[in-house]
Design a binder for this molecule. Sequence first.
Ligand code: TRP
Ligand code: SF4
Length: 404
Amino acid sequence: MSASLQGKRVLSGMRPTGQLHLGNYHGALKSWVDLQYQYECYFFVADWHALTTDYADTSRLPVNTHEMVIDWLAAGLNPGVATIFVQSQVIEHAELHLLLSMITPVSWLERVPTYKDQQQQLREKDLATYGFLGYPLLQSADILIYRPTYVPVGEDQVAHVEITREIARRFNHLCGQEPEFESKAERAIKSLGGRNATLYRQLRRQFQESGDAAALERAREMIRSHTHITVADRERLLGYLEGSSVAILPEPQVLLTKAPRVPGTDGRKMSKSYGNTIGLREDPDSVAQKLRTMQTDPARVRRTDPGDPDKCPVFDLHRIYSDEATQAWAANGCRTASIGCLDCKKPLIERVVAEVTAMRRRAQEFVENGELIRTILAEGSEKARDAARTTMDEVRRAMHLRTD
Ligand code: TRP
Ligand code: SF4
């Protein structure tokens, strides 16, 4: 059975920054492309998140969203496999954000490391807004509404998934209480059938008595893959593993994306704000030109000076793009000054140009026909909304709000 059929979900989002560069690709997008074939994936454009810092001029949102989604598809995201959508087209995120705001202490939000950092770094923007403070909570709503097992993110987002887990725990504790929970949970265990019921009890005991996290995870997997129980029973069983309330919003786990260092043309980290990027769909001649003039080990002034690959940003690209043999050839040639920097760059340029060319080829039909993108996003958003509504029905019921 493939993993996606085991019901494991993955969710992640990206702010619409317009056309992506190779740093974005190796930092996140590439891992999304791999994940879509292993899990049931939801990937979305976090356009409301863009508003939390760029509220003064929102005019580029549509273009930035459009261009970024073309890049996703160019990189190999497959809308037939993964659900690709736009946050603002699934307004349920906003409802969950509102409801979670009722139970979230302001101090939790003020404590998030990015809160003060970003305010300092982006002084010109005045981020003393309500929306900016609530940013991590909006992200929590984005995540929890899909009840994913994993949230693939980079290091900078780990704190946001952490607070998401705390909020889920608090919500389940406050709102997941149900009368006669224990007897209902016991009945649910019986409905698992003999062998699974025994396994459930055993794993639950292992977790509760010795905090065995692997046992907890195994039990969760068993419950999630069990197709013959009701949604309500599944939540009782998930909640009963850990405590005495229903897990309406299960706690997701971080799936840390191991991102290689992608240097820009000036040797610093590739970043839009440094103006040192190579676009995912950039014109091949321009890519080649940028690489030819890219910063190398500054100690290698003349062709006859030996260099140090460990101090050269071009070699960082070799680590990403070249096989072992080519890397060994480049490193050795550099240290012994037996090759020049242009020689060293040549195989790299070929690989990067080939990659960018393949991206451009895949993007072409979407560039020519923008309507395709709108259709993909409309369909993806429709699917996402179905999943979000299922959760919201339960959240509303748990909070004694109308469910019709
Ligand atoms: N905050 C994320 C970023 O800036 C984007 C994001 C919004 C996100 N909601 C999310 C990522 C939910 C993962 C899950 O990169
Ligand atoms: Fe960098 Fe290659 Fe030049 Fe060495 S030979 S400095 S690794 S570009």
